[in-house]
Structure formats: structure tokens, C-alpha cells
Design a protein around this ligand. Structure first.
Ligand SMILES: Cc1cc2nc3c(=O)[nH]c(=O)nc-3n(C[C@H](O)[C@H](O)[C@H](O)COP(=O)(O)OP(=O)(O)OC[C@H]3O[C@@H](n4cnc5c(N)ncnc54)[C@H](O)[C@@H]3O)c2cc1C
Length: 476
């Protein structure tokens, strides 16, 4: 099949029966109001793959561009262009589009020796799995973190060792796992769940049962997906421009004696190696190339929204508004520059693919989670009471139409148009959807604090200190 259409994606979901709870058991995910909007959006994304910028040809078949193995800088540009087109569709609000994890799989498919170093079979398993996902354009989500029972002890010690997902037995067919993973965004509408190693495992017997990587279908027997409350309230796309279409639900994944066949196991029993599965294979770099593309588009979305709002109510000439807008545009350029630098300074890595330079991408990954928080803040500052004077779409028509068009008018637009624009502002900065976006971006790459600690540890400040030393006249 290779690239699939929206219809193919819908068919794949209709053929699945995941055990999903959302205010009771969900009988049919495709028909449930919490999922119809997001499934429509993902179907649109798959339909977009008819565009040659989103797919490449190999041996007579077309594949999603996120599976293109980069051999040159130009290949990275092709990957970025495709990621950008998908990100533009939602203004960067969709964080779990297939291209994110496809980037990881692309790196894994090339880093065979890394897996073989643990066991030759793991290399074969991963290669076969990536081929299958690529051929069928499967939608993956992933889950990494352990339940948040008690963060003052290790994952292995959570709930007396009974809560964190672990291997409980193994036999000739495969491994059996039980326990929970904290969240997997989109799990109910994904085809497969990639269960990645937890990030910090200690090399030793204690962490052995927690050291694994495998993939299972989202509807595998024994897996329960427990969803949070939806942030879409069932209103129109005018009333909820973002939530109605881009609400990606998060679900706790509870595994009860789930049997994972050997051919879906990619790593087992190597705690120290597990910690490096993403970084050492080059997966982190390809994933960051996608995510920085997405977050740059998201910054552009906020810059565009702020400009529209400022113009709509005639505040675009005030200095503090112009300053806020300028800062957003500066952030856009920083994201774009980082991507160009990562591509220009990329190099062929030990696995033979052209890997973007991690330095500028790591800088954005450390900066954006905090910077992002300022964008909704600017929207709230610009919009003020305009972000609460928001009647339903239905009231902007009918008997209130004239009043709304007069009293809620903008500088150059009638009331119903200004309401539509400010609804977008509400969903981007005030609504529960916006709150979840802020949370999501803050923790997208993991906890920012250990991330910045690791960034600093890896940093080489000697050249900077040299400048200071020279000015101080040291070593003369
Ligand atoms: C909306 C959303 C969607 C997500 N989707 C996914 C997904 O699809 N797949 C996936 O794998 N993950 C997902 N995550 C999880 C994400 O990766 C984690 O939120 C992130 O890694 C932080 O881990 P945590 O949530 O367990 O926070 P915790 O580790 O519980 O941290 C909570 C707070 O305690 C502090 N803290 C914890 N331990 C320590 C310590 N030892 N020392 C000092 N301070 C500490 C932290 O700094 C933080 O402030 C999602 C998260 C969110 C919010």
C-alpha cells in the first residue's frame, strides 16, 4: 500500500477494537464524539500525501516522506518541507502526527548494528518492523514514562514494584508484560504503540525487568487505555476552531499480562543501553528536526494570530504591542535559523545516514518549552475582554445578528468575523485546549530541568571563558 489515504486510515481504525475508557467503555472509537474531529484531521493529513512534497518514490512505490533516509542535506530539506506542510495544517497544534515517530523508526532502520550489539535478532526485528510500518503507513504513538506514584524513589520502586510496566515472564513465544505507562497521546486513534525504554535506568539487576523496547497493536489483548476528559465541547469549528479539530487525547496505558511476540521485541535486558536508544541511534536528531519544524510553525501561527488580533481592534500601532509582535517574529527566525544550521552542519553518521547537527536543535529543545508559555500570554494581553465577549456562532446569526455585528465589530470587520477570530484566540490561549497545549509543550521533550542540566553538562564553555580570560589579561 505504501502511502495511505484518509479513507485507508479510517478503515484501519474501523477494523480495530481497542479497550478504551472515557466516562465508561467506548464501544466504537471512530463514532465517539471525542474522536470524530481528530480522526477527520488525521484523515485529512493522510489525504495530503497525494502531494509529491509529502511522499517519495522507491522501486515503483510511494512512501511517506518521513521514511526517507536522508543521505544528503537536500534530503533533510525534503523531510523538513513535508513536516512543515503537515504542521501548517494545524498551526503546529497536532503534536503526535505520524512523522514524529516515523523519524525515529527511520533512524532505527539504519542503526542495525546498535540493536545487533544487544542481540542479532533485535536488529532483524526492528528492520522487519520498520519495513512493515512504512509499507502500510501505520500510525504510531509511543509511551515512555512510569506512573507518577512517588517520584522520590526509582521507577522500579513505584508502588512496591507493582505499578511500573515490567517484564513478568518470558517463554518461547515472547515476553509477558504487566504494569502501567503514564500517558500515550492519541493511543485510541493510533494503530500501534511503541513502548520505548524509560529514560533513566540503572545498569543492574533491579532495573532489568524495566529494560525493554517493543511495539504492540493499540488493541492488543490485555491493554486498557484510560482517557482523560476531552477538551472538545461538541461545538462548531467556529466556536472551537482548534479543539473541534485538533484535540489529541492522552491516555494512561495499563498492561495486564500482555503477551508481546519475540518479533516485536527490539531490546531486552540492557538497562545501560536502553538509556541511549534514541540518542545513540541518531533518532533524537531526526525527531528533533521534525519537532523543531513543528514548533517553528506553531510560533508562526501565534505571530500571525497576534497580528490579526492587533489589527482587528486597532492596537497595532502601540509600542508595547509592536514589541510583543516583534519578539514573536524574532522567535520564528530563531527556529528557522536553527533548522537551517542543523541541516547545513549535518554530517553522515556512523550508520551512513545524513544526520542533522544536534547543537542548534538541542538549543531550541531547551528554549522553546519555556518560551512557548509567553505566546498564549501575549494573546491574552492583546485580546483582554475581547476574549470573553464571545457569543456562540448560532447567536451571531438570527435575531442577534445586527446587534452582534454592531457592538462586537472590530476596526474593519463586522462582529461575527471578529468573534470568529477571537474564538481562535480563546482556543489558543484561554480554553482548556490551550491549557493542555501549554502543558504539552512544556513537557514535550521530557522534564525541562534535567534536560537543561544535561545540556550544561555536555556543553563546552572553554572558548567562552577564553574570551573572558583574555580581557582579564590572564596568562600574559
Ligand atoms: C499533555 C501531555 C502529553 C504527553 N504525551 C506523552 C506521550 O504521548 N508519550 C510519552 O511517552 N509521554 C508523554 N507525556 C509525558 C512527558 O514525557 C512527561 O510529562 C515528561 O517526561 C515529564 O515526566 P512526568 O510527567 O512524569 O513528570 P514528573 O517526573 O512526575 O515531574 C513532576 C514534577 O516533579 C519534579 N521532579 C520529579 N522528579 C524529580 C527529581 N528526582 N528531582 C527534582 N525534581 C523532580 C519535576 O521537575 C516536575 O516539576 C505527555 C505529557 C503531557 C503533559
Amino acid at each position: 500500500m505504501a502511502v495511505r489515504s484518509g479513507g485507508d486510515y479510517r478503515e484501519s481504525l474501523a477494523a480495530m477494537s481497542p479497550l478504551v475508557y472515557l466516562d465508561g467503555r467506548v464501544e466504537s472509537v471512530p463514532d465517539h464524539p471525542a474522536f470524530t474531529g481528530i480522526i477527520d484531521s488525521y484523515a485529512d493529513l493522510y489525504d495530503m500525501q497525494g502531494d509529491d512534497r509529502l511522499a517519495f518514490e522507491e522501486d515503483g512505490s510511494r512512501y511517506a516522506m518521513s521514511f526517507l533516509v536522508p543521505r544528503t542535506q537536500d534530503d533533510l530539506v525534503r523531510r523538513r518541507t513535508a513536516a512543515r506542510l503537515w504542521a501548517e495544517y494545524s498551526g503546529g497544534m497536532l503534536g503526535r502526527t505520524g512523522d514524529f515517530l516515523n523519524a525515529a523508526l527511520t533512524a532505527f532502520s539504519q542503526a542495525g548494528s546498535w540493536f545487533a550489539d544487544a542481540d542479532a535478532q533485535f536488529e532483524k526485528n526492528m528492520a522487519a518492523y520498520v519495513t512493515w510500518v512504512r509499507e502500510n503507513d501505520i500510525l504510531l504513538t509511543s509511551t515512555v514514562g512510569s506512573p507518577q506514584a512517588n517520584r522520590s524513589v526509582s521507577a522500579a520502586e513505584q508502588g512496591g514494584g507493582e505499578t511500573t510496566l515490567r517484564v513478568v515472564s518470558q517463554d518461547s513465544d515472547g515476553i509477558v508484560v504487566s504494569g502501567a505507562r503514564m500517558v500515550a497521546t492519541n493511543a485510541p486513534i493510533a494503530n500501534e504503540i511503541l513502548v520505548m525504554p524509560q529514560t533513566v535506568l540503572r545498569p543492574g539487576l533491579d532495573d532489568m525487568p524495566y529494560s525493554f523496547a517493543f511495539a504492540v497493536p493499540a488493541d492488543i489483548e490485555g491493554l486498557t487505555l484510560i482517557c482523560r476528559r476531552p477538551l472538545r465541547h461538541g461545538n462548531s469549528v467556529v466556536d472551537e476552531p482548534l479543539a473541534a479539530r485538533f484535540e489529541e487525547i492522552d491516555a494512561v496505558c495499563v498492561f495486564t499480562q500482555v503477551r508481546v511476540p519475540w518479533d516485536r521485541v527490539f531490546l531486552l535486558g540492557h538497562p545501560a543501553k536502553s538509556n541511549g536508544m534514541l540518542t545513540q541511534t541518531g533518532a533524537t536528531a531526526l525527531m528533533a528536526h521534525q519537532s523543531v519544524t513543528r514548533t517553528t510553525v506553531k510560533t508562526e501561527f501565534y505571530a500571525g494570530l497576534l497580528s490579526e488580533m492587533a489589527e482587528a481592534i486597532g492596537i497595532d500601532r502601540y509600542d508595547h504591542v509592536r514589541d510583543d509582535l516583534a519578539q514573536a517574529l524574532v522567535a520564528v527566525q530563531m527556529g528557522k535559523s536553527a533548522l537551517r544550521a542543523a541541516e547545513a552542519d549535518g554530517a553522515v553518521n556512523e550508520y551512513g545516514f545524513f544526520q542533522p547537527d544536534m547543537a542548534p536543535l538541542a538549543a531550541v529543545r531547551n528554549w522553546f518549552p519555556r518560551y512557548f508559555q509567553t505566546l498564549p500570554e501575549k494573546v491574552r494581553k492583546f485580546g483582554a475582554s475581547g476574549l470573553t465577549a464571545l457569543p456562540y456562532e448560532s447567536d451571531t446569526r438570527g435575531e442577534l445578528e445586527a446587534d452582534i455585528d454592531r457592538y462586537l465589530q472590530g476596526r474593519n470587520v463586522p462582529g461575527h468575523e471578529r468573534v470568529h477570530l477571537f474564538n481562535l484566540g480563546f482556543d489558543a490561549a484561554v480554553s482548556s485546549f490551550a491549557g493542555r497545549q501549554a502543558l504539552y509543550e512544556y513537557y514535550f521533550h521530557g522534564d525541562p530541568l534535567p534536560m537543561s542540566a544535561a545540556y550544561l553538562t555536555a556543553a563546552d564553555t572553554s572558548a567562552h571563558r577564553q574570551i573572558v580570560a583574555k580581557i582579564l589579561g590572564r596568562g600574559r
